[in-house]
Design a protein around this ligand. Structure first.
Ligand SMILES: O=C1O[C@H](COP(=O)(O)O)[C@@H](O)[C@H](O)[C@H]1O
Length: 259
């Protein structure tokens, strides 16, 4: 990415309000977008706030204002585990939101990263299969759909999706997905969207809560090198939005200036 990146920052008082406000923001954004285009493509994130946000979507009456038949759900990353494993981001998202949407969300609109099984024995197989499905929903010549909203959690080390500091997966280019071996956060095998895929999103929202993330938030918003703070590379084509709780914003300079 070239040129100055504008990162908008919104700080909420605590993690609960952060999740509820992010859910409300997501729902209203989808309703607004559906007044002028369809289908919409939304990328979900795993992680603490990511899943709490999905539960808040489920709890909101505004969820019925969205035409879910015209929404496709994707994942920014996945832990490479068998189908139904409680540590899979997909499993947690189904429990928090997808199951509650029922028939309103067609099963064909839900695009999990393939799970570990006899036909998909390696994360490379899962990454390739996921890339194929992404390409089938992309415009001609593109590798991924133009995601309308791409949600990302962030770890205390500054990782987003499954792109970890100093990990070789950061270098993946020209492809939409990457297999991750040796993740410093368990489980060690994962599949992630690449930065090329993330950068295709219209809006990227990084959602982070907790004092343990404050240093990484400050680094990313100061445009630290992506190699050491991958979240600094989370940039959308139309908007890059950081949604924080007060604790996660604790190391930002007064006024929350961003680079
Ligand atoms: O392992 C993962 O961690 C990150 C952040 O999780 P959090 O619990 O610290 O919020 C998450 O964004 C990612 O999707 C997930 O696979």
């Amino acid at each position: 990415m070239t040129g100055r990146v504008v990162r908008d920052v919104v700080v909420h008082p605590d993690a609960t309000l952060l999740a509820e406000a992010t859910a409300a923001r997501l729902l209203v954004t989808l309703v607004d977008l559906q007044s002028h285009r369809a289908p919409l493509h939304v990328v979900l994130t795993g992680g603490t706030v990511g899943i709490t946000t999905l539960a808040a979507v489920t709890a909101s009456p505004v969820r019925d204002a969205v035409d879910w038949s015209q929404v496709h759900l994707w994942w920014g990353d996945e832990r490479f585990l068998p189908d139904g494993d409680p540590d899979r981001n997909e499993t947690q998202a189904r429990e928090a939101l997808v199951t509650a949407l029922g028939d309103a969300l067609p099963a064909d609109n839900v695009h999990p990263v393939p799970a570990l099984d006899a036909d998909v024995p390696t994360p490379e197989d899962a990454a390739a299969a996921y890339a194929d499905v992404l390409a089938r929903h992309a415009d001609d010549g593109d590798q991924v759909p133009r995601f309308d909203v791409l949600l990302l959690g962030m770890g205390p080390d500054g990782h987003v999706a499954s792109l970890f500091p100093e990990h070789e997966a950061l270098q993946a280019a020209g492809v939409a997905t990457v297999a991750v071996h040796g993740s410093p956060k368990p489980p060690p095998l994962r599949v992630s969207l690449t930065f090329d895929a993330i950068h295709a999103a219209r809006e990227v929202w990084v959602v982070a809560a907790g004092a343990e993330k404050a240093a990484a938030v400050a680094s990313a918003l100061a445009a630290a090198p992506v190699a050491t703070t991958p979240a600094a590379g989370a940039i959308g084509t139309e908007r890059t939005l950081w949604l924080l709780d007060a604790a996660a914003s604790g190391d930002l300079p007064a006024g929350g200036a961003t680079a």
